[in-house]
Design a protein around this ligand. Structure first.
Ligand code: G3P
Length: 214
């Protein structure tokens, strides 16, 4: 299971890099907008912090525009993954980029049939959005399970990148269902470390050690 951090805030990425467990970064236009900086500036800086796949999303909605952006974005760094929306235009752009050996992340996936289209287009990653399905009363985790089954049934190599992860239980269930990657906000990754019994146990160890050595 690879861990990506889902943010456009460089300070968060610098902090998370210290944990030694971050394999890559995902961004989207909303996250980049929150940074108040240009996508090019943010992504180039991130590439200098994390040595792993860095997703940067196109904003064009037609295939030609997506490809123009994709070839430009891909020049920024060898670790760039071009993020494309799961639309007809996005899947067509993905098929072309796959032939050109440019890594892709097909985003905004909400059904296993959509994930199948991305895999057939040679996507490097598919990003099913768990939290947003849960938000409308659907079961986001069931989507992960379905995509895992479909990809395994046909031997597709596209990696399942579980996205829109909102809390530790989402991650736990994604690991049990065999997602390849989880991208999570800083606060969700930070929360994975926390357990009251760890804190209580450590307090007891330190207190016993102090008593024995006083
Ligand atoms: O990577 C996709 C992710 O950023 C979406 O998360 O919480 O906006 O649904 P969320």
């Amino acid at each position: 299971m690879e861990f990506f951090i889902d943010t456009g805030m460089v300070d968060e990425i610098k902090e998370a890099a210290k944990w030694g467990i971050i394999d890559g970064v995902t961004t989207n236009p909303s996250l980049i907008a929150k940074s108040g900086r240009s996508q090019a500036d943010v992504i180039k800086e991130i590439c200098g912090i994390i040595n792993g796949p860095i997703s940067a999303e196109v904003i064009s909605t037609d295939t030609e525009g997506m490809l123009k952006e994709a070839y430009e974005i891909a020049k920024w760094h060898e670790n760039i993954v071009v993020k494309l929306p799961l639309t007809e235009a996005g899947i067509a752009a993905c098929a072309t980029l796959s032939k050109d050996k440019i890594k892709t992340n097909v985003t905004l996936c909400f059904s296993s049939n959509q994930a199948l289209l991305a895999a057939k287009a040679g996507a490097t990653y598919i990003s099913p959005f768990l939290g947003r399905l849960d938000d409308i009363g659907h079961n986001g985790l069931q989507l992960i399970e379905e995509i895992r089954t479909v990809y395994d049934n046909y031997g597709f190599m596209t990696k399942i990148l579980a996205a829109s992860i909102r809390h530790p239980l989402h991650l736990r269930d994604c690991t049990l269902l065999g997602a390849d990657v989880a991208t999570m906000p800083y606060k969700v990754i930070e929360s994975l470390y926390k357990h009251p019994l760890t804190d209580r146990g450590l307090d007891a160890f330190l207190s016993d050690h102090a008593k024995a050595n006083s």
